[in-house]
Ligand binder design. Structure first.
Ligand code: COA
Ligand code: AMP
Length: 628
């Protein structure tokens, strides 16, 4: 069938389409209906089914006779180790960990925070939670203690599973002191913490609260897979919104299984026995969906890579992994390829990669130079696809496993079944092809997408549903061309994308505003050749503050690193007298971005005092920005 036929099949009978896709999953109790719409515009899928995620990702492959197949390959250039875990071993390890959690009182619906680097134990912890119906929330290792504390207070975990350390090329990341500080800061206290001690750093355990990974599991009865209802939350993943408080995206169990399983063939063209690699981190949605769940649900071998695209040891690292482990489909962020291209512009380090069938890019806009470089040197289709933490898988893609459609560089191609994507004007009316507007998806969203935000249904409605009734507001702006190809141009909110990481400028502003000398501030994302965007702060100091500006800037940079974490990559700020505002007091961030990036801009009609923009331009020029 062609893409057009598959999409039209879904349009004609959405529920039939997803019930048929549900055939790829092992159910304890099969769903008799797909969609529950009684609380519209809040929707749920497969609510009358019961199922277990871990069974589908692990046990069923052992039962099917593939116990000896590698499930996980850990390839860790930062520690100089490689390690294979078969499906049978994975089943054993996960069942034991789940048994240990159960023995300590973790039961269905309890939350468990996972704070770990790129080690197989992170996936095992996720799967062990799924095995007993506990809801995990993985926190990315590049976040500081404060961000971890915020998540602890929001999802109130019974347990936290953490590693003693992570390894960045330049340093050891001391997870345990960050964890201790986070628990100290948080109001909610977990009952216990399980610490995976790595040989690079053995952490000091808090007696009575912390228990070491192996000791924790010693002598326990392995746990069986416990059935949960289709709409039971599999996990909560926090993502950046407009304010400092992260949004807890809820992932429903059954829809997640059905949809991810469908994407593995339709989009990535992979099935049981194939090696699939997403070079991301388990702390992000790409890591949840395509390092852990989807490849395992489909019976593939997944690679857990603990390294960087460059510097571990060089720009050939990705190609070594692909060649050595015979990767069939490879997924990464454009920023990683830009880093490789910068070190190897001629592609001299790219060998022949006979097993590789396609490269998939997502997480940020894929710029044409990067796509063309990859096409030229890898000699395989390069497929940009667009998605969000909220959806958990691609909204738009080139469905490589169904039909490789003509590529239009700059476009993540066409909507996937399940998504009726429309571009709307401010009044909520669809615009004509080629016209820029807010990108929205007609409700209901397909299975696996967020049904709500954790403990925050009002915020869910306000953030996504209220602005355009009947639609899910994506927060992205763009257009659809006459052939139905989608183009994602910018965010409509204050979210920026730094090195494929989604960050909130609002959160950074909250931190800067807490500095004693800062009266007012703004953070914008300026264009960056490597990272796509880079955050930049504007600081207005309190009257009477006579501190040297560079001292305040240095303290502010440190403050963001301490409060949000190194991942914010906040390294630049500048002191200005005033911020440009509209007469109603709204800061003109968009205009500042255009000036910083040297793009054409118009004097906003509503500006309070145009002279301020001259001051801003001068400040930006002092940083080497705002070049015409
Ligand atoms: N734990 C702790 N710290 C981390 C971390 C982690 N898991 N990941 C990143 N950091 C730190 C880095 O060490 C760096 O710290 P520094 O300021 O002390 O140097 C900071 O966070 C910023 O990291 P990063 O944005 O990764 O920049 P970089 O210069 O180290 O590397 C790239 C640049 C392009 C190589 C890197 O960003 C990259 O590989 N990006 C791909 C991202 C990706 O896969 N995203 C997933 C979406 S699909
Ligand atoms: P995250 O939730 O971290 O996955 O980030 C989602 C956001 O990243 C989207 O809303 C987009 O702004 C951006 N994004 C993801 N994929 C793409 C893509 N292929 N092209 C353009 N922007 C993208």
């Amino acid at each position: 069938m062609s893409y057009a036929q598959v999409y039209s099949q879904w349009q004609q009978d959405p529920e039939g389409f997803w019930l048929s896709a549900a055939g790829g999953i092992d159910w304890v109790k099969k769903p008799t209906k797909a969609l529950s719409a009684d609380r519209a515009p809040l929707y749920e899928w497969f609510t009358d089914a019961t199922v277990n995620t871990c069974w589908n990702a692990v046990d069923r492959h052992v039962v099917a006779g593939r116990g000896k197949q590698p499930a996980i390959i850990h390839d860790s250039p930062v520690t100089g180790t490689k390690h294979v875990i078969t499906y049978a071993e994975l089943q054993d390890r996960v069942a034991r960990l789940a048994g240990a959690l159960k023995a300590k009182g973790v039961t269905k619906g309890d939350r468990v925070i996972i704070y770990m680097p790129m080690v197989p134990e992170a996936l095992e912890a996720m799967l062990a939670c799924g095995r007993i119906g506990a809801i995990h929330s993985v926190v990315f290792g590049g976040f500081a203690a404060h961000e971890l504390a915020v998540r602890i207070d929001d999802c109130t975990p019974k347990a936290i599973i953490a590693a003693s350390c992570g390894i960045e090329p330049s340093r050891v990341v001391h997870y345990k002191p960050l964890l201790d500080a986070a628990i100290e800061q948080a109001t909610h206290k977990p009952d216990f913490c399980v610490i995976f001690q790595r040989e690079q750093e053995v952490a000091k355990l808090v007696p009575g609260r912390d228990v070491a990974w192996h000791e924790f599991q010693y002598g326990v009865t392995p746990a069986d897979c416990e059935p949960v209802e289709g709409n039971h939350p599999a996990y909560i993943l926090y993502t950046s919104g407009t304010t400092g408080a992260p949004k807890g995206v809820v992932r429903p169990t059954a829809g997640h299984l059905v949809a991810l399983n469908w994407t593995m063939r339709a989009i990535y063209n992979c099935g049981a026995g194939d090696v699939f690699w997403a070079a991301s981190d388990v702390g992000w949605v790409v890591g949840h969906s395509y390092i852990c769940y989807a490849p395992l649900i489909a019976g593939c071998t997944t690679i857990v890579y603990e390294g960087k695209p460059v510097g571990t040891p060089d720009a050939a690292a990705f190609w070594r992994v692909i060649g050595e482990h015979k990767v069939r489909s490879f997924f990464t962020a454009p920023t990683a390829l830009r880093a490789i291209k910068r070190d190897d512009p001629e592609g001299k380090l790219v060998p022949k990669l006979p097993t590789l069938q396609a490269l998939f890019l997502a997480g940020e806009r894929a710029d044409p130079d990067t796509i063309q470089w990859a096409q030229r040197h890898l000699n395989v289709p390069v497929i940009d696809h667009w998605w969000q933490t909220e959806t958990g898988y691609a909204i738009a893609a080139n469905p490589f496993g169904i039909e490789h459609l003509p590529v239009k560089i700059g476009s993540p191609s066409v909507p996937m079944p399940g998504y009726d994507v429309q571009v709307l004007d401010e009044g909520g009316h669809p615009v004509s092809p080629g016209t820029l507007g807010a990108i929205a998806v007609k409700l209901p969203l397909p299975p696996g997408t967020l049904p709500t935000l954790w403990n925050a249904e009002d915020r869910f409605r306000k953030s996504y549903l209220d602005h355009f009734p009947g639609y899910y507001e994506t927060g992205d702006a763009g257009y659809i061309d006459a052939d139905g190809y989608l183009y994602i141009m910018a965010r409509t909110d204050d979210v920026i994308n730094v090195a494929g990481h989604r960050l909130s400028t609002g959160a950074m502003e909250e931190v800067l505003a807490s500095h004693k000398d800062v009266a007012e501030c703004a953070v914008i994302g300026v264009a960056d050749d490597l990272k796509g965007q880079s955050p930049l702060g504007f600081l207005c100091l309190n009257k009477g503050s006579n501190r040297p500006h560079d001292e305040v800037v240095k303290e502010c940079v440190q403050l963001v690193r301490d409060q949000i974490g190194p991942v914010a990559d906040f390294k630049r700020a500048v002191v200005v007298d005033r911020l440009p505002k509209t007469r109603s007091g709204k800061i003109l961030r968009g205009t500042m971005v255009k000036i910083a990036d040297g793009q054409p801009w118009k004097m906003p009609a509503t500006i309070d005092d145009p002279v301020i923009l001259d001051e801003i331009t001068t400040a930006l020029q002092s940083l080497g920005l705002a070049k015409a």
